[in-house]
Design a protein around this ligand. Structure first.
Ligand code: 5GP
Ligand code: MG
Length: 193
């Protein structure tokens, strides 16, 4: 794929260079704050994978990495404001300094539930790190401790963020053309064979 453009995108919101600059700033702060700690990074699948990979390469403290996964249906047609956590680390979180790593915070409902569960398992500290923050979408009181950048209330795709599970591998963050979003599923460009 062309690294700077893609035929399905209407616009680019964050270029690869923009993303890396935000990650650099986040890593600098984390390296100061966690210099003498060994935190557990809890990464929220799946959208977080490019961010986690790029961020962790810039961290110079010891850390563990574990994955969690949750489904939220509050944006869709099913149950509202309902979050199910279906993957959780086997290791105990008791006494750990936990850094929850997310790609984007919108309503905040997913992270709120995850944060409560981490606290209930006896973590010493819990902080939230997100590459992107959409504060206008909040449905609950939740603030991230480390934010790469705030974004407008748009449906963003790329760099981990999907539409129909596609585009996670696109290296920038942007907005898809309306014709893709509104397309009949049988006509999606990946249904070509
Ligand atoms: P929240 O519980 O904060 O509403 O949802 C967080 C999750 O919703 C994110 O981790 C992400 O998976 C998804 N999400 C929120 N905003 C966007 C967006 O603009 N684009 C995409 N593709 N997913 C989003
Ligand atoms: Mg996510």
């Amino acid at each position: 794929m062309n690294p700077t453009t893609h035929p399905d995108f209407e616009s680019i919101v964050l270029s690869e260079a923009d993303i890396q600059a935000h990650i650099e700033t986040l890593a600098t702060k984390l390296n100061e704050d966690y210099a003498n700690k060994t935190p557990l990074l809890l990464a929220v699948l799946k959208g977080v994978y490019p961010f986690l990979s790029d961020l962790t390469k810039k961290l110079n403290f010891y850390c563990d990495v574990e994955f969690i996964a949750a489904s939220s249906y509050h944006g869709g047609t099913a149950t509202t404001d309902w979050v199910e956590i279906y993957l959780w680390p086997r290791m105990s979180l008791k006494g750990k300094d936990v850094l929850i790593i997310e790609d984007i915070i919108d309503s905040g409902l997913t992270l709120k539930k995850i944060k409560q569960k981490v606290q209930s398992e006896g973590a010493s500290s819990v902080k939230l790190v997100t590459l992107l923050d959409k504060p206008s979408g909040r449905k609950t009181k939740l603030e991230a401790d480390y934010v790469g950048t705030t974004v407008k209330p748009l449906f963003l795709v790329g760099y981990g963020l999907d539409f129909q599970e596609k585009y996670r591998n696109v290296p920038f963050v942007g907005v898809l053309k309306k014709e893709i979003i509104n397309m009949n599923a049988k006509d999606y460009p990946w249904r070509n064979n």
